[in-house]
Write a protein that binds this ligand. Structure first.
Ligand SMILES: [Zn+2]
Length: 329
């Protein structure tokens, strides 16, 4: 589970608002060093690709190494090995973080190409925005991009498209669910609790799809956008929404007893801090040092069998290797 832009302050601000967060149920905690191969401060593409291919790469890279070579992702490795796989995000499914698990493109901005990569990816379930990259595709000048209808192509590959979560219960096989044509709204602008609500039905669906197990990537995408906007309320509401999803995942894992959950971030966004409001140590005043990302370490929370491996301080791409080590793959 990836909280995009979720540094320690973002987690703290959610804890101050809610008194506690589900993430506090987790005891095995570490820190990830987030730099990319090209820059001290990573972007979300290089950050997610480090998790997905197990190597640091350049900012903007989607599922390719630092030389631009496509590398099998963790999702592909497990999907091709018979695991059921899923992706859930509160951004477009073609956006940097989810894309880095199923697509291989030189630049994160190539979202039409990224969408087309879904056709050959071993993905059993995806939920997110970005439908416009799958049909009636246009280029950056709003001219037709090509004649491909990726939704049709995915249907030919066995995908069913659903319009609400309830339909997951009655739909077998590969499933796609677009929650927005472009980017889903923020919580502040009316997005409902689709992210936490999607966890249990998605897990149940993936369990039905394979006896071998499942790999599910869940992203709280917009914590990052609150940081870019230097908007503390945006961060806090997205942080709490993501934490609700973490709670649902922990509920499942506690009962199941055989599921590893890893929660981390690709980087921190905003240089967010919680100083006193006008010297009053009883009041916090969220402040920012940048509209971009920062180079601070980010937390890693791990729950379940093998989660001790995630203690300590290590580079972001080691998370990939630790997951493989725990799975014995
Ligand atoms: Zn960002």
């Amino acid at each position: 589970m990836i909280g995009d832009g979720m540094g320690v302050t973002q987690v703290s601000s959610g804890i101050y608002r809610n008194k506690s967060l589900h993430v506090e149920r987790i005891a095995n905690i570490g820190f990830s060093k987030t730099s990319s191969s090209s820059e001290l401060i990573t972007d979300s593409a290089a950050g997610a690709t480090a998790f997905s291919i197990g190597e640091k790469t350049y900012n903007g890279a989607i599922g390719v190494d630092k030389d631009g070579k496509p590398k099998e992702t963790l999702l592909e490795l497990l999907g091709n090995d018979g695991y059921a796989t899923g992706l859930i995000a509160t951004c477009a499914i073609t956006h940097a973080t989810p894309a880095s698990f199923f697509a291989h493109q030189l630049k994160r901005s190539m979202e039409n190409e990224i969408a087309a990569d879904m056709v050959n990816a071993p993905v059993n379930l995806f939920i997110g925005g970005g439908k416009k990259y799958f049909e009636n595709r246009v280029d950056s000048k709003k001219k037709p991009f090509d004649n491909r209808n990726i939704i049709r192509e995915l249907e030919d590959k066995g995908f069913s498209f659903i319009d609400d979560l309830d339909a997951l219960k009655t739909t077998a096989g590969k499933v796609g669910y677009f929650i927005a044509d472009d980017q889903p709204e923020s919580i502040l602008k009316g997005r409902d609790d689709i992210l936490p609500r999607s966890i249990a039905p998605s897990v149940r669906h993936l369990q039905k799809e394979s006896d071998k197990g499942f790999f599910l990537m869940v992203e709280g995408s917009q914590i990052d956008w609150g940081g870019h906007a230097n908007d503390a309320e945006y961060i806090i509401t997205e942080m709490i929404d993501f934490d609700q999803a973490i709670g649902k995942a922990l509920d499942f894992a506690e009962e199941d007893g055989n599921t590893l959950i890893v929660i981390t971030a690709d980087h921190e966004t905003g240089g967010y801090s919680l100083p006193a409001r006008e010297g009053n140590y009883n009041e916090l005043d969220g402040k920012f040092t940048t509209g971009g990302h920062t180079g601070v370490m980010v937390p890693v929370f791990a729950y379940g069998p093998g989660s001790e491996a995630f203690r300590g301080i290590y580079d972001n791409h080691q998370i990939y290797h630790k997951i493989r080590q725990v799975l014995g793959k």
